[in-house]
Design a protein around this ligand. Structure first.
Ligand SMILES: Cc1cc2nc3c(=O)[nH]c(=O)nc-3n(C[C@H](O)[C@H](O)[C@H](O)COP(=O)(O)OP(=O)(O)OC[C@H]3O[C@@H](n4cnc5c(N)ncnc54)[C@H](O)[C@@H]3O)c2cc1C
Length: 425
């Protein structure tokens, strides 16, 4: 029995001492030290192991996290201690390759963890999502030197990843970005601004989309991605105030004659930046959809519970037909969203093109989360509008998932384009 299985088995049996202590102290460190040797013998985790991991994370969330969420959300405070526990537990290494010390999770298994985290607090998924996307970018497109230099340090959470695509004047239309990287010998000099960067303040390795040839036609041929670390000229201009998705920081950054070595161009060649960004967004969209399933399910669970507790006209409100219809629709949306996420993640894992499936999952799940949050609020009546209940947070968190990783308007365009392309007459 491989060590990972032993760790999981023990963690499961000792549920209350939990995964946290065992995986925290034993798991990632063992993998990290012995990763190369063990990579021969460890397969993808089985569905039984996957269930045990999710159960163990569930225990951790209920015991260590749930009671603190209101505070961090209401104060918009970064949960340093919780993030440190996530690092210790190995959650930063979930999708990283075993040969670099990671846990080698498939997208399918990873999305289940993301949904579980989001049922308790969606912001926690944001802490690891761009970190995971950056790892996938380097794994898929990086040079061998970039892979061996960065992936172990991202895996053991010495580095925390972030993605810098959006700018004050360009989000959906990434070909309209203005951040410019000018070649200067064996270095480049970057100038420009980025906005809404998740992990922007506490991150330490940033994939930065730039223009190396602003006159290129089409524009994407002149776009290049850099792997940047904080140094002179790399400015964190502060965190942005938000409706929801609080606690985790969304930052504005600027580059002021920031000098970076040419060997930090992702993949080593100019002109592939937009292609890299789009490649990373497939996983990002699946992840946003998985988060949306978590929020939609949390809203449903809270509504189902409250509907049995609250009585009007001499009976629990769950016995009124109009409330039953809401609950039934909420449950159906959760299951349909979950299945769309599973389908997209499965295609991603098989290395198949999945932009349409990821787009559908993201579109449907995020709109479902928004609807479920609104309906849960209605089921709670006046209490749904108070800060006392979590449904007001779901209502503030859900809209982000309709915007992030490409707005739902854009998803509809992409889905329709693919639909026509895949069904030629
Ligand atoms: C909390 C938060 C965290 C984020 N994290 C990150 C991050 O870590 N890294 C990062 O790079 N970005 C991040 N973003 C940015 C996010 O990806 C962008 O906000 C999103 O892509 C939309 O871009 P925009 O805000 O510039 O809107 P715009 O592109 O200006 O769009 C405005 C409206 O026009 C619509 N629209 C635009 N073009 C079309 C079209 N062709 N057809 C139809 N409708 C269209 C859009 O759907 C939208 O409704 C984050 C955003 C938020 C709010």
């Amino acid at each position: 029995m491989v060590i990972w299985q032993i760790v999981i088995r023990l963690a499961h049996d000792l549920a209350m001492l939990s995964f946290y202590i065992l995986v925290a102290i034993i798991g990632p460190r063992l993998f990290y030290r012995h990763g190369a040797a063990m990579s021969q013998s460890i397969e993808q985790i089985s569905s039984q192991e996957e269930t045990q991991v999710i159960d163990a994370i569930d225990v951790w969330l209920r015991k260590e996290v749930a009671h603190q969420v209101k505070h961090f959300d209401h104060e918009d405070e970064y949960p340093h201690e919780i993030v440190a526990q996530m690092k210790d537990m190995g959650l930063f290494s979930l999708m990283y390759p075993i040969k670099y010390g990671g846990l080698g999770f498939s997208a399918s298994s990873y999305t289940k963890v993301i949904t579980k985290l989001s049922e308790t607090w969606m912001s926690l998924a944001g802490v690891i999502n761009t970190h995971m996307m950056l790892g996938q970018l380097i794994e898929r497109f990086g040079t061998p030197e970039q892979q061996s230099y960065f992936l172990p340090r991202l895996t053991n959470a010495e580095l925390h990843g972030a993605l810098c695509l959006t700018e004050p004047d360009a989000g959906t239309d990434l070909q309209g970005i203005k951040t410019h990287a000018k070649r200067d010998g064996d270095r480049y000099v970057l100038n420009g601004s980025k906005m809404w960067v998740t992990n922007g303040m506490y991150g330490s390795l940033y994939a930065v989309l730039t223009k190396t040839d602003p006159s290129a036609q089409p524009a994407h041929r002149g776009m290049t991605m850099f792997l940047a670390e904080k140094d002179t000229g790399f400015n964190v201009d502060g965190k942005l105030k938000k409706l929801g998705y609080r606690g985790v920081e969304s930052a504005a950054l600027s580059f002021d004659d920031y000098s970076i070595s040419a060997d930090r161009v992702l993949g080593g060649v100019e002109g592939k930046g937009l292609q890299h960004a789009m490649g990373g967004l497939e996983l990002g969209r699946i992840n946003v959809a998985a988060r949306a399933v978590g929020v939609a399910r949390a809203a449903m669970d809270d509504a189902v519970k409250y509907a049995q507790e609250r009585e009007t006209f001499g009976k629990p409100i769950c016995e009124h037909q109009s409330i039953q219809i809401k609950l039934a629709d909420m449950a159906t949306r959760v299951e349909a969203s979950r299945l769309l996420v599973e389908q997209a993640a499965d295609k991603y894992d098989k290395g198949e093109r999945c932009d349409m499936e990821a787009g559908m999952a993201k579109l449907f799940a995020s709109e479902s989360a928004l609807e479920n949050a609104t309906e849960a609020m209605r089921v709670h009546g006046g209490y749904g509008y108070s800060k006392e209940f979590d449904v007001e947070r779901y209502y503030r968190d859900a809209p982000l998932m309709c915007i992030g990783e490409g707005t739902n308007e854009l998803q509809r365009l992409l889905i329709a384009k693919q639909l026509v392309k895949r069904s030629p007459i």
